[in-house]
Design a protein around this ligand. Structure first.
Ligand SMILES: NC(=O)c1ccc[n+]([C@@H]2O[C@H](COP(=O)([O-])OP(=O)(O)OC[C@H]3O[C@@H](n4cnc5c(N)ncnc54)[C@H](O)[C@@H]3O)[C@@H](O)[C@H]2O)c1
Length: 258
């Protein structure tokens, strides 16, 4: 079982707590129950770098997770439940903690998540790029081809069973640097709108030596190249309309623009 379903809007999860836990935690537990009942071979779960919270960087798998938002808490709860299901029922599993994945076919129409898709959609619509805070927060953006194949073939690697792996790009960039890279790919100098800082981890990027040791090192696609590939695709498919999330549960302190 490859379990990638989630509503991965980390920043929004504060304001849709019940929805987050029902979908991302209880939904996952439904799959774990059935996986135990059907005695599946292996349960592959895409957790997230969000489990680390504001931990030391680069984040490594041996750190004690300290998730800071309901999205990260739900991911870590599923990780713990998988461990309990392994212990109790022998459920084999592999956990991946990806981060800031982007690439062709990504959903660029959700204003609550996927900063690269959001920026590209805004450029296509001739709108200014909205940046929370000063844009100096750092993330290591991960091109899809550096993540998906590792997840896909993990079940064929016996040493991966029962383990947790960070997976994705190594090189952190500030959001301001990301804007420059995306602007260059489109051949424009984007207009910017700086919004008040939102509650988020300032620096989040992880080390991948454990995944490299288990699955082999692979050359990562540099940000400029991955962004070029995605821009070529978004130019073909065009912009997307974004919708407000209909079921905000706690509107207090909802960030500007949401
Ligand atoms: N994109 C990232 O940067 C990133 C980073 C870390 C972890 N992840 C995790 O990787 C996984 C895939 O992320 P993505 O960016 O491809 O997300 P995505 O939103 O593009 O895809 C998730 C899919 O899950 C489906 N889904 C959600 N809830 C469901 C439910 N209850 N039942 C059935 N389907 C449901 C959605 O409709 C969507 O098609 C998620 O679990 C996400 O939390 C993503």
């Amino acid at each position: 079982v490859y379990h990638l379903a989630a509503y991965a809007a980390e920043g929004l999860s504060h304001f849709i707590r019940r929805y987050n836990y029902q979908n991302n935690l209880v939904g996952s537990i439904n799959l774990i129950n059935l996986s135990v009942l059907h005695e599946i071979k292996c349960f592959v779960f895409t957790s997230s770098i969000a489990v680390y919270g504001a931990n030391q960087v680069p984040m490594t798998e041996d750190l004690t997770p300290q998730p800071e938002d309901p999205y990260g808490i739900s991911k870590y709860a599923v990780e713990l439940d998988l461990r309990a299901a392994q212990h109790q029922f022998g459920l084999n599993h592999i956990i991946f903690r990806p981060h800031n994945v982007y690439g062709e076919h990504q959903n660029i129409g959700d204003k609550y998540r996927n900063v690269i898709g959001i920026f590209m959609n805004q450029i296509l619509q001739g709108k200014p790029l909205t940046v929370f805070g000063d844009g100096e927060q750092t993330r290591a953006f991960s091109y899809i081809d550096d993540v998906a194949p590792v997840v896909a073939r993990s079940v064929l690697v016996p040493g991966a069973y029962g383990e947790v792996f960070n997976v994705g790009g190594d090189q952190p960039y500030t959001v301001n640097e990301l804007v420059r890279v995306i602007g260059e790919a489109f051949g424009v100098t984007p207009e910017m709108t700086y919004l008040p800082t939102r509650n988020e981890v300032k620096h989040a990027f992880s080390a991948h030596t454990k995944a490299e040791a288990c699955f082999g090192a692979q050359p990562a696609v540099p940000l400029a190249e991955g962004v070029d590939r995605m821009v070529e695709w978004v130019r073909r498919v065009g912009s997307r309309q974004t919708k407000d999330f209909a079921g905000i549960e706690v509107p207090r302190g909802l960030p500007a623009g949401w």
